[in-house]
Write a protein that binds this ligand. Structure first.
Ligand code: B12
Ligand code: SF4
Length: 659
């Protein structure tokens, strides 16, 4: 799905009389890779790179690490990657899209190919202590990645025809700063003197580090922090000599050797912004059969207290009035043909949703929507939930975070578990499917508490539809815990990998990796990110369960029934490749896009099982069963190599998720 800033800036710039050319570089680069011969050329490039490294016995440490990383990619099955063009066609075809089995296969193929291509692009994360050093060292090299040919043969040629006066890049995620500067370097190579500006939360969140570094301006001319609706057109005015640069809100630049910080900031009045303009968005790059958009009704978060969330520091909460939001919805649906919207506010205000819903229902607008919300008291009211449902709401994403009240209270989340139960019943009654984000590893959370969160999901299999498990607690300077760690019983220590982590002051800690792996492979986040969840909820809710990863992969090793009592089989969505040193195998699991090193005993277990169901208990009777068979089976189950179904997932596979 296209990110929100693109259609918004399209409208803002046009409103001030500028001509625009939109490019969603990530999506377009992927489409480019599907052109005849391109994937094949990347595979050949990959083979050549591994072979040349393997042929040498004088590798440096860095080259050895690169070789080992590339070798792991061998586990990505080629047949899956080469199926990609067909998979893209299927996802854009309504008949194939709404067939869960076809959808799942095509989705795995796309994601595998995407991950394979992306692995050529080094990621630079500002939360890592070595960010600047690594990034600027990389920018002096001329390595090939999966964007390179798209830039050279497609994007830059289109720009040549368009002849822009300014290129503006949006980086919603911080690691995109590196890819953005790489593109900027190529732009400058082709169009010397063309000004480039970069903005978005990825830049704003780490402004001092990214924009305070004079080297940034060797590649881009400007950085803008904060809202861009006015700042970007103002920069155009400044470049045309109608405004001093110093008056552009949030603008960072370099003057000689000095970095010049902004003189002025402006939080825009959202009611002044134009309706986002999707008319120039090329929807053929997205893997959906319908036009789906992303829209935000507010900035910042009206709650703003959660201690793990960067929104707690973005204090300037503002709303667009419900009347303006409704006008936009009407325009998007009736003029622009975008009938599916994700209200991806950090936290969408309930009053706006209710008022817009009422008007949508009154005017009979053919509109389906999804929103990011919170388990607030208002959702316990049946009439409120009914209003949303009648106004086109088909899916709501709640911040669930944890199934343990003590942990929720420490997070200052404001969630009450008994209230959640009432809300789930209301959603069920009015046919709204539920998706919930959550994570493990918040400071002081015990392993037992983390497992209890998963049990909470498993106790509500028919009212909590999509588990958007997002990973382990993510710590960086942008979250409140980082600033008062002792209040959370931890100290912050930087590891050898350059990342900050929490170390409990009482010395009690647990290894989060095994549980994380088990939850990650059962997470449904991808279905939501791409917009498929909303389309299924709107048109084929009875099939939504068939998209759930837990229903496909089956229970974790800690769930019931116990391992010995399960009928299980080897997953179809894995691939085994001999390990380079011949000692075992590299196992790729498509559900989680991860490669694991398995030893020869693990491999033998998988080969002995095959893909027909066997009773796991029978394996213990085998004369050559290893003494640690139980632990091995548990690991293979949790990583998604072995699948099974429990009674709940069997039943749900044939049930309607929403009334
Ligand atoms: C929608 C959204 C998503 C959607 C994306 C759907 C899609 N495909 O488009 C989903 C739910 C999938 C998602 C997922 C994640 N997200 Co998210 N997401 C958002 C969210 C809520 C809204 C983004 C948006 O479109 N906003 C609307 C536009 C208009 O606002 P904007 O992008 O901020 O742009 C404004 C300004 O920044 C500025 N601006 C932007 N670009 C430019 C460019 C120029 C030149 C200028 C001048 C100005 C400018 O002007 C704009 C208008 O004022 C933001 C929160 C936020 N506050 O933005 C987080 C956010 C982008 N996500 C974030 C994160 C961390 C994630 C996850 C990694 C979480 C996780 N741990 O799983 C995942 C990624 C999963 C994955 N596998 O990729 C972080 C990124 C933080 C960072 N610094 O990197 C954010 C900022 C939220 C946060 N935690 O603070 N996300
Ligand atoms: S987690 Fe959600 S509710 Fe909490 S501060 Fe962040 S955006 Fe707001």
């Amino acid at each position: 799905m296209v990110f929100g800033a693109l259609p918004l800036f399209n409208a803002c710039l046009k409103a001030r009389g500028h001509a625009t050319l939109l490019a969603d570089a990530g999506a377009e680069a992927f489409s480019y890779a599907l052109r005849p011969g391109v994937l094949e050329s990347y595979l050949a490039f990959f083979d050549g790179a591994v072979e040349s490294l393997e042929a040498r016995d004088d590798l440096t440490d860095a080259e050895r690490a690169e070789r080992d990383g590339l070798r792991r990619l061998r586990a990505y099955p080629r047949e899956l990657i080469l199926e990609c063009r067909d998979a893209a066609r299927k996802l854009r075809d309504p008949e194939c899209f709404y067939d869960p089995e076809t959808y799942r296969r095509a989705d795995r193929v796309i994601r595998t190919t995407h991950a394979f291509l992306n692995s050529f692009t080094p990621q630079f994360d500002p939360r890592n202590q070595t960010f600047s050093e690594d990034l600027y060292a990389h920018l002096t090299t001329s390595s090939r990645d999966a964007y390179f040919e798209y830039y050279e043969n497609d994007l830059l040629s289109r720009l040549e025809d368009f002849r822009p006066d300014l290129v503006a890049m949006s980086c919603p995620f911080s690691p995109q700063v590196g890819t953005g500067l790489d593109l900027s370097r190529r732009l400058k190579g082709r169009f010397p003197g063309l000004p480039v500006v970069m903005g978005g939360t990825g830049v704003s969140d780490a402004a001092d580090l990214v924009l305070g570094d004079p080297r940034f301006y060797d590649y881009a001319d400007f950085g803008i922090v904060g809202d861009g609706e006015e700042a970007l057109p103002d920069l155009c005015d400044a470049l045309e000599g109608r405004l001093p640069l110093d008056q552009v809100p949030g603008l960072w630049r370099r003057d000689g050797d000095t970095v010049v910080q902004p003189r002025t900031f402006k939080n825009v009045d959202l009611d002044e912004s134009p309706t986002p303009d999707y008319t120039d968005v090329d929807f053929s790059h997205y893997m959906l059969p319908e036009k789906a958009g992303l829209y935000t009704t507010s900035r910042g978060c009206y709650y703003g207290k959660c201690t793990f969330c960067p929104e707690s520091f973005r204090l300037s909460f503002r709303m667009r009035s419900a009347e303006r939001v409704f006008d936009d919805v009407k325009d998007l649906v009736e003029r622009q043909g975008v009938k599916y919207l994700h209200f991806f506010d950090p936290l969408t205000p309930p009053a706006t949703l209710a008022r817009v819903s009422r008007w949508v229902a009154e005017q009979g607008i053919d509109f389906h929507w999804y929103a990011e919300v919170k388990f607030d008291h208002i959702y316990t009211r049946r009439d409120f939930v009914e209003t949303l449902s009648k106004g086109g709401c088909r899916q709501l994403q709640f911040g669930f975070e944890s199934g343990v009240q003590r942990v929720l209270d420490r997070m200052k989340k404001g969630n009450k578990l008994d209230r959640i139960e009432v809300i789930l019943r209301n959603l069920d009654e009015y046919g709204i499917s539920m998706a919930g984000t959550w994570f493990v590893g918040f400071p002081t959370e015990t392993e037992e508490e983390a497992r209890e969160s998963w049990r909470f999901w498993r106790r509500h299999p028919d009212t909590m539809h999509l588990s958007l498990y997002t990973g382990t607690f993510s710590l960086g300077p942008e979250v409140p815990v980082y600033h008062n760690p002792e209040d959370y019983g931890v100290e912050i220590v930087y590891g050898d990998d350059g990342y900050a982590r929490c170390v409990p002051l009482d010395g009690e800690d647990w290894d989060k990796e095994p549980l994380h792996t088990a939850l990650h492979v059962r997470s449904d986040i991808e279905v939501t990110i791409c917009g498929a969840g909303l389309l299924y909820a709107a048109h084929a809710p009875e099939k939504l369960y068939a998209l759930r990863n837990v229903n496909m992969v089956g229970p974790t090793s800690m769930d019931d029934p116990p391992l010995e009592e399960r009928r299980a089989w080897v997953s179809k969505e894995i691939h085994l490749e001999p390990a380079p040193d011949g000692s075992g195998v590299l196992g790729y699991v498509a559900e989680s896009l991860r490669t694991f090193e398995l030893d020869a005993t693990d491999r033998d277990i998988l080969l002995a099982m095959g893909d027909e169901p066997v009773l796991l208990g029978d394996l213990f009777q085998h004369p050559q069963a290893p003494p640690d068979l139980r632990e091995r089976l548990a690991r293979l189950v949790d990583r998604g190599f072995i699948e099974s179904r429990d009674a709940v997932s069997e039943a749900l596979a044939t049930t309607h998720p929403v009334a």
